[in-house]
Design a protein around this ligand. Structure first.
Ligand code: HEM
Length: 487
C-alpha cells in the first residue's frame, strides 16, 4: 500500500481522493501547458529565423563548400536565389546568419555596439590575438582606434610622409627593371615595409623589420583555417609565427619605453604607449598594445598589397585604362615643382586614379564582408537574428549587382564618374564605428604606386594566372610579370 492509499484509508474520506486528484492534475496540466507554450514559441521562433541550411557535417557545416577555391560567390548566389538575401548557414564552426542585402549590411555596420558587436572566426582571433583591434570592446576600441587615427591625422598629409612612401615605392620598382617579378610576393614585401615604417617607425634594414616580414608571411596563411593546433596544420604554423611576432613586438615596446618616446614623434606605437602610460587603472594593458600593433600591421599591408597586385593585372589587361592613367599622371608630373615630390593636393587631383582604385576594390572584394555577433534579438523584414547569433554582412554581391553596376565583371573605372550610390551599395572599407581607419592611407599608397608604375614602366604578364578566392583573394601563381623601364 502506498503512503497515499494509507492516508485515505486512514481518513476514509472521498474528499481525500478529490484533493489528491487536484494535487496531481494541476502540475500535470501546468506542465503540458508549459510544454505546448515552449513548442509554440519554438515553432514561432523557427518561423522567424531566416531560412537556410546548416550543412551535414558537425562543426564544419557548410565551410568547405564556401571556402573551396572560387566557390564563395556562387555559394552565396545559390542561397540568395533559394532563401532570399537573409539566410542562415553554418560557417567556421558556428551557425551564422548571412546578409547579402545592401541596406541590411549598412544597418549592421552602423549598429555596432548597440545591436551587434564585431566577432571574427576563432582562428582569426587566436592568431591576431584576443585583444586585436577588431576584438576590442567599445571603450577600449574607441581609445585604440583614436590613437591610430590621431597618428594618421598628424602625418598622413605631410610632405615628408608622402615623400617617404613615394621613395619606397619608386625604389622597389627600380629594382624590377628588366626582370620577371612575382608581383604578389614583391608587393606584399613593399606594402609591409611602408606599413612597418609608418606605424612602428621600423626601417627596411632593421633586423626586426626583416624577421617580422618573414613571420607575417607565415602568419597570414592560417588566418582563416580550421583551428586545430597540430604540427603540420596551417593553423599550427600561424600560431607559432604569432608567438614569435608577439615576442618581437613586446621587446620593441619595452625598448621604446626605456628610450622614453619622443613626445613629438607620433607613430602608432608611440600613441599606444602614451595610452598605456596614461591609463592609471591598467585599462590599456600591454596585451592590448601588443595585439593592436600586431593586428594593425597585418591589416595595414595585406589588403593594400592585394589591391596593388590586382592593379597590375587589370592594367595589363586593359590598355585603354592604362592610357587614360598615363595622361593623368603626365599632367600630375607637370604640376609637381622641380625637385619636389608628390604632395597631398596632387593625390587629391588624381581623379581618374581614384576611380581606378574604386573599381579595383569593387571588382576584387579584398574584404568580402565583415563578421558580427547579435547583442540582442534583431528583427529585419519579419525575420529574426537571435541574440548571440553570428552574423556576416557580405558585401561582394552588392558590389557585383547588375542593377547598380551594369556589366559588373567588366573592369570599367569610368563608371565611377559622377556616380552617386545609395547606402550599403559600395562598402569596401566597411562602415559605422569600425569603418576602416586606414582607408586614406591605403588609397594614397595605391595612387602613388600607380603614378610611378604607369609613368616609368612597361609591364607584361608572362604566364596565364588565375585569381582565386578561398575565400580571400590571391593569385594562383603570384602574377609573374616582366617590367621594363620606358626609355
Ligand atoms: C585596400 C585596403 C583595405 C581594405 C579593403 C580594408 C578593409 C577593411 C574593412 C572592410 C574593415 C572593417 C572590418 C569590420 O568592420 O569588421 C577594416 C577595418 C580595419 N582596417 Fe582596413 N582595409 C584596408 C587597408 C587598411 C590599412 C592600410 C590599414 C592600416 C592602418 C587598415 C587598418 C584597419 C583597422 C585597424 C581596422 C579595424 C577598425 C576598427 O575595428 O575600428 N586597413 N578594413
Amino acid at each position: 500500500m502506498t503512503q497515499l492509499q494509507l492516508l485515505c484509508s486512514f481518513t476514509g474520506s472521498n474528499i481525500c481522493w478529490a484533493f489528491l486528484l487536484a494535487v496531481l492534475t494541476i502540475p500535470i496540466y501546468s506542465l503540458l501547458l508549459l510544454m505546448s507554450n515552449i513548442s509554440r514559441k519554438g515553432a514561432h521562433l523557427h518561423q522567424l529565423l531566416p531560412p537556410g541550411s546548416q550543412g551535414w557535417l558537425p562543426i564544419v557545416g557548410e565551410t568547405l563548400e564556401y571556402a573551396r577555391p572560387n566557390q564563395s560567390l556562387s555559394f552565396m548566389q545559390r542561397r540568395v536565389r533559394r532563401y532570399g538575401e537573409l539566410f542562415q548557414s553554418h560557417l567556421f564552426g558556428d551557425r551564422i546568419i548571412v546578409s547579402c542585402n545592401p541596406k541590411t549590411n549598412h544597418f549592421i555596420c552602423q549598429h555596432e555596439y548597440k545591436l551587434f558587436k564585431s566577432s571574427y572566426p576563432r582562428s582569426f582571433v587566436s592568431i591576431l590575438g584576443e585583444k586585436n583591434v577588431l576584438a576590442l570592446p567599445k571603450e577600449l576600441h574607441k581609445k585604440v582606434r583614436g590613437a591610430l587615427l590621431s597618428s594618421f591625422a598628424s602625418s598622413l598629409r605631410t610632405k615628408e610622409y608622402i615623400k617617404d612612401i613615394s621613395m619606397t615605392i619608386s625604389r622597389t620598382l627600380e629594382q624590377w627593371d628588366g626582370r620577371v617579378i612575382c608581383v604578389q610576393d614583391e608587393l606584399a614585401k613593399m606594402a609591409y615595409v611602408v606599413a612597418a615604417k609608418r606605424l612602428l617607425g621600423l626601417n627596411e634594414h632593421d633586423p626586426e623589420c626583416q624577421i617580422l616580414q618573414t613571420l607575417y608571411f607565415e602568419l597570414i596563411k592560417g588566418l582563416i583555417s580550421i583551428p586545430i593546433n597540430f604540427p603540420g596544420m596551417a593553423y599550427h604554423k600561424s600560431m607559432r609565427a604569432r608567438t614569435k611576432i608577439a615576442k618581437i613586438i613586446d621587446d620593441m615596446i619595452s625598448k621604446r619605453k626605456a628610450a622614453h618616446c619622443n613626445p613629438l614623434s607620433q607613430d602608432f606605437m608611440d600613441a599606444l604607449i602614451k595610452l598605456e602610460e596614461e591609463s592609471s587603472d591598467a585599462f590599456v594593458t600591454r596585451e592590448v598594445t601588443r595585439d593592436s600593433i600586431l593586428s594593425v600591421l597585418f591589416a595595414g599591408h595585406d589588403t593594400v598589397s592585394k589591391a596593388m597586385t590586382c592593379a597590375v593585372k587589370y592594367l595589363s589587361d586593359n590598355a585603354n585604362v592604362l592610357e587614360m592613367l598615363k595622361k593623368e599622371h603626365i599632367r600630375i608630373e607637370e604640376q609637381v615643382k622641380e625637385g619636389e615630390d608628390l604632395a597631398w593636393d596632387d593625390y587629391k587631383s588624381m581623379t581618374f586614379s581614384n576611380n581606378v582604385v574604386s573599381e579595383i576594390l569593387r571588382i576584387t572584394n579584398i574584404a568580402p564582408g565583415v563578421f558580427r555577433d547579435a547583442v540582442e534579438d534583431v528583427d529585419i523584414d519579419g525575420l529574426r537574428i537571435p541574440k548571440g547569433c553570428k552574423v556576416m554582412a557580405y558585401f561582394t554581391l552588392n558590389h557585383l549587382d547588375t542593377s547598380k553596376f551594369p556589366d559588373p565583371f567588366q573592369f570599367n573605372p569610368w563608371r565611377w564618374q559622377d556616380k552617386s550610390l545609395s547606402e550599403g551599395t559600395f562598402m569596401p572599407f566597411g562602415g559605422g564605428p569600425r569603418l576602416c581607419p586606414g582607408n586614406d592611407f591605403a588609397k594614397l599608397q595605391i595612387c602613388i604606386f600607380l603614378h610611378h608604375l604607369v609613368l616609368k614602366y612597361r609591364f607584361k604578364q608572362i604566364e596565364e594566372d588565375q585569381i582565386l578566392y578561398s575565400p580571400y583573394i590571391h593569385f594562383k601563381r603570384g602574377l609573374s610579370t616582366l617590367f621594363e623601364t620606358i626609355q
